[in-house]
Design a protein around this ligand. Sequence first.
Ligand SMILES: Cc1cc2nc3c(=O)[nH]c(=O)nc-3n(C[C@H](O)[C@H](O)[C@H](O)COP(=O)(O)OP(=O)(O)OC[C@H]3O[C@@H](n4cnc5c(N)ncnc54)[C@H](O)[C@@H]3O)c2cc1C
Length: 272
Amino acid sequence: MRTAISELDLRSASSLTEALAILRDEARTPIAGATDVYVALNFGTLKPKRFLDIWALDELRSISLSGDTLVIGSLTTYTSLIQSPIVGERLPMLVEASRLVGGVQIQNRGTIGGNVANASPAGDALPVLAAADAVIVVRSDAGERRVPITQFYTGYRATVMTPDELIVAVEIAPVEGKQWFRKVGTRAAQAISKVVVAGVRAPMPRIAFGSIAPTVVRVPETERALGDGATIDDAEGVLAREIAPIDDIRSTAEYRRRVSMNLLRRFWAETG
Ligand SMILES: Cc1cc2nc3c(=O)[nH]c(=O)nc-3n(C[C@H](O)[C@H](O)[C@H](O)COP(=O)(O)OP(=O)(O)OC[C@H]3O[C@@H](n4cnc5c(N)ncnc54)[C@H](O)[C@@H]3O)c2cc1C
């Protein structure tokens, strides 16, 4: 049954300073685009009852360069990512991923910060950020810290964030090498990934998968094998041993393993 709206308590913040002060003083769950939160509301699985709407914080919406580092504000929507010339030039695999998130309505409302904070293993931006060695910038009233995305997740739907922190930005240093993204779902749009992968073809390749483990994962043994000159046949074998996908309602472990191996082969062929 749907969660009753009358049970919920919503506050809004109009500046980051105000939002962080509210989170310091009160236990509230932030809401950005609400596209994930609303699904839980609709299914009646929403546990938090007290929320903080951060949608009005325009200071978290910019896409800019700081020196050579691409800085994407956490409230940046997929539509803004798709339309951004800097993102298109610096991180085309993020544009590709954004085009395949939900449909246009979700792209207009869903944010990169929400995708990261929601911590779903199927989040489509996450393999891109992991392959790009992105850094997640989180801030509380007490200060700011930077966490490499590979250290951001501690388990299924779990992150290093504390309840008083907000993600304010994602930072990405220049990515050298050809970028590649592929999502396999039941259909092209409005599909949750069965397997999603992003890769960077550098001398030491960087490859990250989603939907095959409790969190987004890099595959360092496979990366090392390819970097050291292994054949793609051998690298596929390394990948098959390195990953441990599970059966769930969307797919079987065996299907996910096979598809991951096929995607690795395709990444290698199409970026060579
Ligand atoms: C129909 C539909 C299709 C979808 N398709 C896809 C898809 O193809 N691929 C995909 O990856 N996702 C998909 N999603 C999921 C969702 O749209 C994305 O995960 C989106 O990026 C979430 O962003 P949001 O701003 O709406 O997050 P919200 O729903 O507002 O928040 C999600 C979670 O993140 C937390 N949060 C949000 N912003 C911050 C912040 N700045 N700091 C700290 N915590 C924060 C919230 O507290 C909440 O726990 C889909 C959702 C729907 C409803």
